[in-house]
Design a protein around this ligand. Structure first.
Ligand code: PRP
Length: 209
């Protein structure tokens, strides 16, 4: 295990609120992440590095102990379904919802509707729990297009402002889960590096309280 502590964070829209939170506990990258093509960054704290990953990969890096801690959306944690990490804190940032959405004027659904989503596991679990049979169609983005074009009857997707749904003539129909960014910690790191990891958790907890 390396001497330094690594925190994996998510690029894209989660990047700046994550960096703001870290800055509030005195951790700042030594160069501007959004202007760099690098993926690992030194910080103002010696022995603490930041790794900038795709959302779906944060849990994987933490689970395998490559990163000691991670800041990850609950949506991707639910989809990932992994173990090997603890989830000690709700960081309360990047709040959104996972919903079922459909066309505003959708007609009657067939007995086994098609559901387009990138959250295949979340959608499967949700419909299984409801006892509703569906066909899941895996997409990687622009989910809203699926009901509009007839690829699927409904979608399971993230809604933050609701602007994307509205712009495409869709409405939110069922709430699946309230989402926010969570702190995750590799189980081994939590034990073997407790003297460094626990104070970080405590500071983040105080900063988000
Ligand atoms: C997400 C989601 C919606 C949009 C919702 O996509 O898939 O398309 O945000 O946000 P809104 O309610 O504020 O309009 P994102 O921009 O993360 O890109 P993605 O297609 O890569 O998931």
């Amino acid at each position: 295990m390396s001497a330094h502590i690594t925190i994996a964070i998510t690029g894209g829209r989660a990047l700046s609120p994550s960096l703001e939170l870290l800055a509030s506990i005195g951790i700042a990258p030594t160069e501007e992440i959004s202007k760099s093509r690098k993926l690992v960054f030194d910080t103002s704290q010696k022995n603490l590095k930041l790794m900038v990953l795709r959302g779906m990969d944060v849990a994987t890096y933490v689970e395998h102990g490559i990163a000691d801690l991670g800041m990850s959306g609950k949506d991707v944690l639910l989809e990932h379904g992994g173990n090997g990490y603890y989830e000690p804190l709700d960081l309360g940032i990047v709040r959104c919802q996972i919903v079922v959405a459909g066309l505003k004027d959708e007609g009657e659904l067939p007995p086994r509707p098609k559901i387009a989503t990138k959250f295949v596991n979340i959608a499967k679990r949700y419909y299984a729990a409801k006892g509703v049979q569906v066909d899941i169609i895996k997409l990687y983005g622009a989910m809203e297009l699926a009901p509009v074009t007839g690829l699927a009857h409904r979608i399971v997707d993230i809604v933050e402002t609701g602007n994307t749904l509205k712009a495409n003539g869709l409405v939110s129909l069922e709430l699946i889960e309230e989402i926010s960014t969570r702190l995750i910690v590799n189980k081994i790191s939590f034990k073997t590096r407790h003297s460094v990891v626990q104070p970080l958790i405590d500071k983040l907890e105080a900063a988000t309280a």
